[in-house]
Design a binder for this molecule. Structure first.
Ligand SMILES: NC(=O)C1=CN([C@@H]2O[C@H](COP(=O)(O)OP(=O)(O)OC[C@H]3O[C@@H](n4cnc5c(N)ncnc54)[C@H](O)[C@@H]3O)[C@@H](O)[C@H]2O)[C@@H](O)CC1
Ligand SMILES: [K+]
Length: 514
C-alpha cells in the first residue's frame, strides 16, 4: 500500500502541476488505504489536499482486503495533520481529482453516498476541466469483466497496481480508464516494470473469483455444460505472442508456397462483404484466393481486384483449399445451410463469421459437426452473434466478455475472437488473451469481413490457427491505429483502407523493420 501510494503521488504530482488543489476521495477498503497514503505524501510535498472519505468512522474501515493497513494509513494521514472531510468543499478550483473509492473489491453497484461521490467527481472534472486519476481501477468499473455500473468514475488516467486487470482493457474499461499505466510496485519480475504502460506487460492476473453472474444465461443452451471456469491467467496480445511466424519470404517461392484461401459468401445484395474478405486475404499474402459467391449473377471478375478468382459457391465446395472462410454475406437460406453442412466437415482450418455463426446458432446439427471437427476452427463473433450462439443477451455477453468467449471456445471446441473494444481471443485449450490495439474507427461496415480475410490469409500460409487468430486481431487493430494516427480515422475510417494499412504493417513486421 505504501508503494502504491508513492507511485500514485508521483503520477499525481505530474498531473496536478504546481501548487494546485487536489481532491481525493477515499473508500472503506484497501483502495481507500492507497488514497490515504497518496494524500499524506502529497501533503508532504506541499500540495493543498482535500480528502473526503466514504465513511468518516474508522470503525467501518475494517472490511477491506487489508483492513489493518487501511486503518494505519488513515491514522498516519490524520496524525500528520490531514483532515477527513464530510463533503467536497464548494468553489475550489481543483487541479486534480484522485479516485480511491473502490478498486478490485467493488462488490455491488455504488448507491447513495458512494454514487453521489462518483457523480460529484465526474461533474467537478467536467466543470474544472481537470484530470481524474483513478487508483487501480475507476470506481464503478468491474476490474474483472470491464462492465461499468451506470455510476462509474470516468478517469482521464488510471494507475493500475502490480498488473493490468482484464476489465481495464475490454468492454467499457478503456473508455472509463483513460490513459492506463501499470506499476508493478516492484512485486513482479521482468515485464512489468514500474511506470510501464499496460501494453508493455503481457500478463493479466488470475481472476480472483468466477465471472460474476453470466453462468446462467451464458450456458442455458446446453445445460450439461459445466459453468465457466476462469482460466488461471490471461495475457495481453503482444507481437511476441506470434513473432516466430513473422519472417521474410524465401526468394525461391511461388504462389503455391502461400496456399489457397477459399471464401464462401456474398448472397444476392451482399457481395461486398465477400469481396472485402477476398481482397484482405489477397493483400495479406494468400497465394491464391477463390471467392465463392452465392449470387451467381455477379459475374466471374471483380474489376477492382481481378486477381480474385470468382466462382459460383457450389463449384468451390470441392475446391482444394488450404484454409476456408465461411460467412461474409452468406445469408441464411437453404443454399447457405447446405454449403455449411458440406464444408464444415473438411480437413482444413475453417473460419466461421457473420451469417455462418447465425446458422450455427439455429442448427444444432451444424454445431455438433463443428464441435467434432478434426482441423482447427476459428469463430469470430461480434457481441450480438456471440449472444445468439450462447442463447443469451448482448448485455450478458458484454457484462463478462472473457467468460462469454471462453464459454464459446469450450462449446464449439474452437478458437474464438469476440470482437469489440478490447477483443478477446479465447483459445480452445482454455487460455485467453485481450487485444489492446484498435480504435472506435473500426466500428464501421466491412471491418469484420476484413478481419476474416486476414485470418484466412494467415491460415492458408500455414500459420497455426491459435497464433493466426492472435496475429490477425492484433494486426487489424494496429493497422487501424496507424491510420488514425495519420488522421485517416477514427472518423470515416474504411475497411478497405484498413486492408492496405495491414498489408504495409505486416510487411514491415515480417521484414523486422519495426
Ligand atoms: N492486493 C494487494 O496486494 C494490493 C492491493 N491494493 C489496493 O487494494 C485494493 C483492493 O482492496 P479491497 O479488497 O479492500 O477492495 P476495495 O478497496 O476495492 O473495496 C472493498 C471495500 O469496499 C466496500 N464496497 C464494495 N463495493 C461497494 C459499494 N458499491 N458501495 C459501498 N461499499 C462498497 C466493501 O465492503 C469493502 O469495504 C486494490 O484495488 C488496490 O487499490 C494496493 O494497495 C496494492 C497492493
Ligand atoms: K479507484
Amino acid at each position: 500500500m505504501e508503494r502504491a501510494g508513492h507511485a500514485a503521488a508521483d503520477l499525481a504530482e505530474s498531473l496536478a502541476g504546481t501548487g494546485g488543489h487536489i481532491l481525493i476521495v477515499a473508500g472503506p477498503g484497501a483502495n481507500g488505504g492507497d488514497a490515504f497514503v497518496t494524500a499524506r505524501l502529497l501533503r508532504e510535498r506541499f500540495f493543498a489536499v482535500s480528502l473526503v472519505a466514504l465513511t468518516t468512522s474508522a470503525a467501518t474501515a475494517t472490511q477491506g482486503a487489508d483492513p489493518d493497513d487501511t486503518a494505519a494509513a488513515r491514522v498516519a494521514f490524520v496524525a500528520e495533520g490531514g483532515e477527513l472531510l464530510e463533503s467536497i468543499p464548494d468553489d475550489t478550483p481543483w487541479a486534480l481529482i484522485i479516485d480511491g473509492l473502490f478498486g478490485i473489491g467493488l462488490s455491488r453497484p455504488p448507491r447513495e453516498r458512494a454514487a453521489e461521490l462518483i457523480s460529484a467527481m465526474n461533474a467537478l472534472a467536467r466543470r474544472h476541466a481537470c484530470p481524474v486519476l483513478a487508483l487501480d481501477c475507476p470506481s464503478g468499473l468491474n476490474a474483472d469483466t470491464g462492465h461499468a455500473q451506470p455510476t462509474t468514475v470516468r478517469a482521464s488516467h488510471t494507475l493500475s497496481f502490480i498488473a493490468a486487470k482484464p476489465g481495464l482493457l475490454t468492454g467499457d474499461g478503456p473508455d472509463y480508464c483513460g490513459q492506463l499505466r501499470v506499476d508493478s510496485l516492484g512485486l513482479t519480475s521482468g515485464a512489468a516494470n514500474p511506470g510501464t504502460t499496460a501494453a508493455a506487460t503481457d500478463s493479466v492476473p488470475p481472476r480472483e473469483k468466477p465471472p460474476s453472474a453470466p453462468s446462467a444465461p451464458l450456458i442455458s443452451l446446453n445445460t450439461a455444460e459445466p459453468p465457466p471456469e476462469p482460466a488461471a491467467q490471461g495475457h495481453i496480445i503482444q507481437r511476441r505472442s506470434f513473432a516466430r511466424h513473422l519472417r521474410a519470404r524465401a526468394s525461391n517461392s511461388h504462389k503455391g508456397s502461400f496456399g489457397s484461401a477459399v471464401i464462401i459468401g456474398g448472397a444476392p445484395g451482399m457481395a461486398g462483404a465477400a469481396l472485402l474478405a477476398g481482397r484482405a486475404a489477397l493483400k495479406l499474402g494468400a497465394g491464391r484466393v477463390y471467392l465463392g459467391l452465392l449470387d451467381e449473377r455477379f459475374g466471374s471478375v471483380d474489376p477492382v481486384t481481378p486477381e480474385l478468382m470468382l466462382r459460383p459457391a457450389s463449384s468451390l465446395a470441392a475446391q482444394t483449399a488450404d484454409a476456408l472462410l465461411l460467412g461474409p454475406g452468406l445469408g441464411s437460406g437453404e443454399t447457405a445451410q447446405r454449403l455449411m453442412e458440406q464444408l464444415c466437415g473438411g480437413p482444413v482450418p475453417l473460419v466461421l463469421d457473420a451469417d455462418a455463426l447465425n446458422l450455427l446458432s439455429t442448427h444444432p446439427a451444424l454445431a455438433a459437426r463443428v464441435h467434432s471437427r478434426q482441423a482447427a476452427t476459428v469463430l469470430t463473433p461480434h457481441p450480438g452473434e456471440a449472444a445468439r450462439l450462447l442463447a443469451s443477451s448482448i448485455n450478458a455477453v458484454q457484462s463478462d466478455r472473457i467468460a462469454a468467449a471462453s464459454a464459446l471456445a469450450r462449446r464449439f471446441n474452437a478458437h474464438v475472437v469476440l470482437k469489440g473494444s478490447g477483443s478477446i481471443v479465447a483459445l480452445a485449450d482454455g487460455r485467453w488473451f485481450i487485444n489492446t490495439t484498435g480504435n472506435p474507427g473500426m466500428a464501421s461496415g466491412g471491418m469484420g469481413d476484413v478481419l476474416g480475410g486476414i485470418l484466412v490469409a494467415l491460415l492458408s500460409q500455414g500459420w497455426p490457427a491459435d497464433e493466426a487468430a492472435l496475429a490477425a486481431v492484433h494486426l487489424h487493430g494496429a493497422a487501424a491505429d496507424r491510420l488514425a494516427e495519420a488522421g485517416i480515422g477514427p472518423i470515416g475510417l474504411t475497411a478497405s483502407e484498413t486492408i492496405d494499412a495491414a498489408r504495409h504493417l505486416f510487411n514491415r513486421w515480417c521484414a523486422g523493420a519495426e
